[in-house]
Design a protein around this ligand. Structure first.
Ligand code: ARG
Length: 245
């Protein structure tokens, strides 16, 4: 009997050692985002929610890790990845050659276009009409960079969030807002008297940013994205937020 109990204790001790070792090596996966960008990321009560949060959770689950989401300024995201403060960034972030100097990008997981939002009675009909008018953008986004390049920095006013740029449009401080198409749709739905122009401005692709020296995570993330594209679970996440309107 004594022997049996001893054996049982040893088995339990071994099992315990295994699990604690397991959780130590798995650990936490820290994601940074800027939750001002529905439906990709927005604040819902005390939490962040949206397509990017669900995608990050699916990746963490697949890797057997615990996801931690940190909501920071958009222009702090790349530095957070470079310094190793966070493991990955999902922020409806467009893969660009300039950003690729500082971080690596995963497989792309969504495509987007820069949309132009104006007041319903605006005489602005397309990108050509943006010459010489005041354009609102979110700071450090591709919309900000493209508009400065195409229309001159003097005509572009950068806000800390898309919502603030929309507020500026409503109060007449800017004549148009340039922002990614899905957030544009959400903002126009939530605010009366605004419309999205039919003509798109620039096409782009979203990807996950990962530190240059973290090839292992990049490989793992890419294989999860590939799998989720194949089995339809990525599309399911996107549909959940787009059809829920
Ligand atoms: N796609 C644009 C970019 O990469 C805008 C992203 C803004 N994202 C956000 N979470 N606020 O610059």
């Amino acid at each position: 009997m004594k022997k049996k109990i001893l054996a049982l204790i040893m088995v339990l001790a071994f099992a315990f050692a295994m699990t604690s070792c397991g959780s130590e090596s798995n650990g936490k996966l820290v994601m940074v985002t800027n939750a001002t960008f529905p439906p990709y990321e927005y604040v819902d009560g005390d939490d962040c929610a949206g397509i990017d949060i669900d995608l990050a959770q699916a990746i963490a689950d697949e890797l057997g890790m615990e996801l931690e989401v940190q909501d920071i300024d958009f222009n702090s995201i790349i530095p957070a990845i470079e310094s190793g403060k966070a493991d990955m960034a999902l922020a409806g972030m467009t893969k660009t050659p300039e950003r690729e100097n500082n971080v690596n990008f995963s497989e792309t997981y969504a495509t987007a276009v820069q949309s132009i939002i104006v007041k319903e009675d605006s005489s602005i009909k397309g990108p050509d009409d943006l010459k010489g008018v005041k354009i609102g953008v979110q700071e450090a986004t591709t919309g900000h960079i493209y508009c400065e390049d195409d229309y001159g920095a003097d005509n572009v006013i950068a806000y800390t969030s898309g919502a603030n740029a929309i507020e500026a449009l409503k109060t007449g401080k800017v004549d148009a807002v340039v922002i990614d198409n899905l957030p544009a749709k959400k903002f126009v739905e939530a605010n009366e008297g605004l419309k999205i122009l039919d003509t798109d401005y620039v096409e782009e692709e979203y990807a996950i940013a990962i530190a240059k020296d973290n090839d292992e995570l990049l490989k793992e993330v890419n294989s999860v994205i590939k799998k989720m594209k194949k089995d339809g679970s990525l599309q399911e996440i996107i549909d959940k937020y787009i059809k829920a309107e």
